[in-house]
Design a protein around this ligand. Structure first.
Ligand SMILES: Cc1ncc(COP(=O)(O)O)c(C=O)c1O
Length: 380
C-alpha cells in the first residue's frame, strides 16, 4: 500500500490500464466461458445495490425482496410450487448446499452420492468437503448418463443421485425423468444441476426435456443467473422443492438481524439479486426465448460449417455448445486458435475443442473462428 495514497485519479487511470489486460466479451473471442457480458440492465441494477448485504437481511429488506422474487420466478419456470432458495456465489455453492441438505437429512454413516461421469468438477470439491463417497455412473453414446449404470451404482449408503441438465463440456441433458424413477424406487434425493441449462432448456424451440420440479423426486435444482441469465457475477441459484430442506442447512447467527443463515457464504451482495431480477423482469419469457433462439441459431451455423469443412462433431449440439475434433491433432489446433486470439477450450477427456456460444458470440464471430479453424488445421 502506498504510504500517502495515490489519489483517486491516478488509481482509476491505472485500473483502466490493467483492465485492458483482460479479455473483453464484446470482442467475441471468448468462446470457452459459460459467463457472458452482463446485460446492460444488469450492470445498472448492480451499481444501484452495490452496498447491500443479503447476509444481514434485516438491514436490506428491499434486496431480500428481490432475491425472493428471483427464486420464485426461477422456481415457476421450473414448475415448482412453494419452493424456497437463495442466490449464492455460483453453481459450485448451489450444488454444495443441495448435497449438504441431502446428506444432513439422510444421516448415513458412510454416505455415497451417485454422479454421472460427466458431472461438473464442483462435485469433486463437494464430496471432499462433505465427506461423501462419489460413485460414478457411465455415459451412453450421446454422453448422457446411462440410467441402468446409475441404478447399478445405488447401494444402502446412497443418499443422492445427481443429474445434469446441460453438462459443462458438451451441453448434454441427462435423462432426468429416468433418474427420477430410480430416485423414487430407492427413496433417495435427486438433485438436478441445471447451472447452465436451466436458463436455456425452457426456451428451446421443439424440445421437450423433462428435467424439473414436475418430477416428484427432484428435490433441488441449481440454476445460475450469472451464466445464461446474463446477470453480473456472483449470481448462482439453489432452489429446494420443499421448505423443510432448510432445516438441514441452517446455521444459527449469534448477532445478525436474522436468527439463521442458510447459505455457505455469510456476506452476500444484494447487487447480484438486483442484477438477476433486472434481467428476468426486463426480458421476460419472450426476451429469453429470443436470446436463446439466437444462440442456438449461431450454434447450428457453426456446427454445420465445421461438419462441412471436414471436422467431426463429438455429438450433435443440444444446447449452445459445439464440440469438435480434427482428423489431425485437435490439441494442436486448439493451441493455434489460442495463439490467434480465439479462446476456445480443449477438453482432454473427449479430445475435442469446445465452443460455448454465449449471447456475446454472434454469427460473424462464429464464421470468423470457423474460417480460422479451417486455415489453421490445414497448416497442422
Ligand atoms: C453444469 C455446471 N455446474 C456447476 C458449475 C459451477 O458453477 P460456478 O463456476 O458458477 O461455481 C458449472 C460451471 O460452469 C456448470 O457448467
Amino acid at each position: 500500500m502506498h504510504p500517502n495514497g495515490l489519489g483517486r485519479k491516478k488509481v482509476l487511470a491505472e485500473l483502466k490500464k490493467i483492465r485492458e489486460q483482460d479479455q473483453q466479451y464484446n470482442d467475441g473471442k471468448i468462446l470457452c466461458s459459460m459467463c457472458t457480458k452482463p446485460h446492460p440492465v444488469a450492470e445498472k441494477a448492480y451499481r444501484l445495490f452495490l452496498s447491500s448485504n443479503l447476509g444481514d437481511p434485516g438491514l436490506f429488506p428491499g434486496s431480500v425482496k428481490l432475491e425472493k422474487e428471483v427464486i420464485s420466478q426461477l422456481a415457476t419456470l421450473f414448475h415448482g410450487q412453494n419452493c424456497v432458495g437463495y442466490l449464492v456465489s455460483g453453481g459450485t455453492e448451489a450444488n454444495l448446499m443441495a448435497l449438504l441438505a441431502a446428506r444432513n437429512m439422510a444421516q448415513l454413516s458412510q454416505p455415497e452420492v451417485v454422479l454421472p461421469e460427466s458431472a461438473h468438477f464442483s462435485f469433486t470439491k463437494i464430496c471432499n468437503l462433505l465427506n461423501l463417497k462419489p460413485v460414478y455412473a457411465g455415459l451412453d453414446s450421446s454422453f448422457k448418463v446411462d440410467s441402468s449404470s446409475v441404478e447399478k451404482c445405488i447401494s444402502k449408503n446412497t443418499l443422492a443421485i445427481v443429474g445434469t441438465a446441460g453438462t459443462a463440456e458438451l451441453g448434454a441433458v441427462d435423462p432426468i425423468k429416468e433418474l427420477s424413477y430410480i430416485a423414487l424406487k430407492y427413496n433417495v434425493w435427486l438433485h438436478v444441476d441445471a447451472a447452465f441449462g436451466g436458463l436455456v432448456i425452457p426456451f428451446l424451440e421443439n424440445a421437450n426435456y423433462k428435467f424439473d420440479f414436475t418430477l416428484d423426486s427432484v428435490k433441488s435444482m441449481t440454476v445460475d443467473p450469472h451464466k445464461m441469465g446474463m446477470a453480473a457475477i456472483p449470481a448462482g441459484g439453489i432452489i429446494f422443492k420443499d421448505g423443510k430442506a432448510l432445516n438441514f442447512i441452517k446455521t444459527e447467527t449469534p448477532y445478525l438481524t436474522d436468527k439463521y443463515q442458510y447459505t455457505f457464504a455469510g456476506t452476500r451482495t444484494g447487487a447480484a439479486a438486483a442484477s438477476a431480477w433486472a434481467v428476468l423482469q426486463s426480458l421476460g419469457l419472450d426476451g429469453f426465448k429470443k436470446v436463446v433462439g439466437k444462440c442456438m441459431k449461431t450454434t447450428r451455423l457453426l456446427a454445420d460449417g465445421l461438419s462441412e469443412a471436414g471436422f467431426k462433431l463429438v455429438v450433435e449440439p443440444t444446447l449452445n455448445i459445439v464440440a469438435f475434433r480434427s482428423d489431425k491433432s485437435t490439441k494442436q489446433l486448439a493451441e493455434k486458435l489460442w495463439e490467434n486470439g480465439w479462446f476456445v477450450s480443449y477438453v482432454p477427456r473427449y479430445d475435442c475443442i469446445r465452443i460455448v456460444v454465449m449471447p456475446h458470440v454472434n454469427k460473424q464471430h462464429a464464421m470468423a473462428v470457423l474460417n480460422d479453424a479451417v486455415k489453421l488445421d490445414k497448416g497442422n
